[in-house]
Design a protein around this ligand. Structure first.
Ligand code: SF4
Length: 477
């Protein structure tokens, strides 16, 4: 049965209705709205943990359960959550758990090759709009078919990283050996198919691990396999319907869409699991293509899969040029479309600012504004206060009163800039010029109106700041 769209009035009657405010919002109705929007979780209402609300709590959890089950792989701080999605299209709410990306090692590699690949995966870090993009897991594949080799490779990986593991073999004996080396670390077992599912389900159930199901190009069969494995006691599943790049690519993309549509729009719980994709298999399907061509194909296929609902990807190539488009695409897809991309407000210092002579500037915390200003001033000696404008650009923030004189006064206090700079002259963006008088009244600082475009800041400082006296009491006119 399709799930009805959840509204606050579905949840409010089940809450304690005491309006105690412990959850953050002042009323239970406010909390119900935040629950519906998934900005807060039910655990943030302490009173509902009282046993007298047990029935209501379990009904709320049922109502909030996403149509795509959330599955945890790994343990500790590096564990990853996949799935847990509520909507088909990002703009309907947002996507929650970004597609995890695992790189591949195999049990025919020498230990130092395995360690180097793990190191390369761990070392992948790319700064992007205030966050750092990284990779998430290591997939260990058995190509020898030898349980002992697989166990040793898994052990080598385990000793080299805390990243979650995927144990990749269709042979239950090999998986059992890998599980011995990864005991207690909740690896994903990849994969059960129509031949091995009973043994694989037994291994997953006994080890308490999630299990991937693999049935290429056949949604009906993977659905019925999910029912059988679930009946065998394994709840945390992932689905793999295979992938191809040439003749089978359209059918792969259609299958991925069909699975997610069935889960989200039709409430089909047997297809309501995260999807796993393995572009890494392109390397073995190659004909006469060069390594560079396969890398390019792998990167393209992985990107297509991220867009078409795949929650976990296994790729072989971890080089920066082929992974970068994928992780940037992922970052943009999984940010919250309801919130402008923003950076932390606060004080930044650049170069070696002189308390008496270096300028103090202010800008908004809209990421695009901040990074543009950053690029224009990072070679100067100066202070920059970043105001919390809720991610709005300067002109929108001024128009919407997210940047006003009181806010500037507050940030002067909260950043402690008066203890760092001894002068009292603030340079505001040209787009906030109309706040000049109000800021002077609210702060007691002199205000200079800077250029409308931050690219003009260096020239502005040269012409209007350098050589001038900015000690307290001095005022630029
Ligand atoms: S903590 Fe719970 S009971 Fe208190 S206001 Fe929030 S939702 Fe209502």
């Amino acid at each position: 049965m399709p799930k009805k769209k959840l509204g606050p009035m579905n949840l409010y009657p089940l809450l304690p209705k005491t309006n105690c405010g412990e959850c953050g919002p002042k009323t239970c109705m406010g909390f119900a709205v935040q629950l519906t929007e998934r900005n807060l979780g039910i655990d943030q209402c302490p009173p509902i943990a009282d046993p007298k609300y047990q029935v209501q709590l379990s009904r709320i959890r049922e109502l909030l359960a996403p149509p795509v089950r959330e599955v945890v792989i790994g343990t500790g701080p590096r564990k990853v959550r996949v799935g847990g999605e509520l909507v088909m299209r990002r703009h309907e709410l947002r996507y929650f758990n970004q597609t995890a990306i695992a790189t591949l090692v195999s049990d025919d590699m020498l230990p130092d090759q395995v360690q180097a690949k793990v190191k390369e995966t761990e070392a992948f870090r790319y700064p992007y709009i205030g966050s750092t993009l990284t990779l998430d897991a290591i997939a260990v594949r058995s190509v020898t078919g030898d349980p002992a080799s697989f166990r040793n490779t898994v052990k080598t990986v385990r000793e080299a990283t805390e990243l979650p593991l995927i144990l990749w073999s269709f042979d239950p004996r090999v998986i059992a050996a890998g599980l011995e080396a990864a005991a207690g670390h909740r690896p994903l077992i990849y994969a059960a198919n129509v031949e091995n599912w009973q043994e694989m389900a037994g291994l997953a159930r006994d080890a308490g691990c999630p299990l991937a199901l693999f049935v290429p190009d056949d949604i009906r069969t993977i659905r019925s396999l999910a029912a059988s494995v679930r009946a065998a006691g394994v709840e945390d599943l992932l689905l793999d319907v295979g992938c191809g790049f040439s003749e089978s690519l359209p059918s792969t993309i259609n299958d991925l869409t069909e699975i997610r549509t069935a889960a989200v729009n039709e409430g089909d719980s047997l297809l309501g699991y995260p999807i796993i994709g393995s572009p890494a298999t392109l390397w073995e399907k190659r004909n006469s293509e060069s390594d560079e061509t396969i890398r390019w194909m792998e990167s393209c296929l992985a990107s297509m899969m991220v867009i078409r609902y795949v929650d976990l990807l296994m790729v072989r190539d971890a080089s920066m040029w082929s992974i970068l488009p994928l992780v940037v695409l992922r970052a943009n897809l999984f940010n919250d479309p309801r919130k402008p991309v923003s950076v932390e407000p606060g004080l930044r210092t650049f170069g070696n600012p002189d308390p008496d002579r270096s300028p103090v500037l202010i800008t908004s915390n809209f990421a695009l504004t901040y990074y543009t200003v950053l690029a224009d001033i990072e070679k100067l000696d100066c202070y920059l206060m970043v105001a919390d404008t809720e991610g709005l650009s300067v002109d929108s923030a001024v128009a919407g009163r997210k940047l006003n004189a009181q806010k500037v006064a507050d940030i002067i206090l909260s950043t402690g800039i008066e203890g760092l700079a001894r002068h009292r002259t603030l340079i505001i963006p040209g787009l906030a010029a109309r706040l000049k008088g109000d800021i002077e009244d609210a702060t007691g600082w002199d205000v200079m109106v800077g250029p409308r475009d931050s690219a003009g800041i260096p020239a502005f400082l040269k012409e209007k700041w350098e050589g001038k006296d900015h000690t307290p009491g001095w005022s630029y006119r």
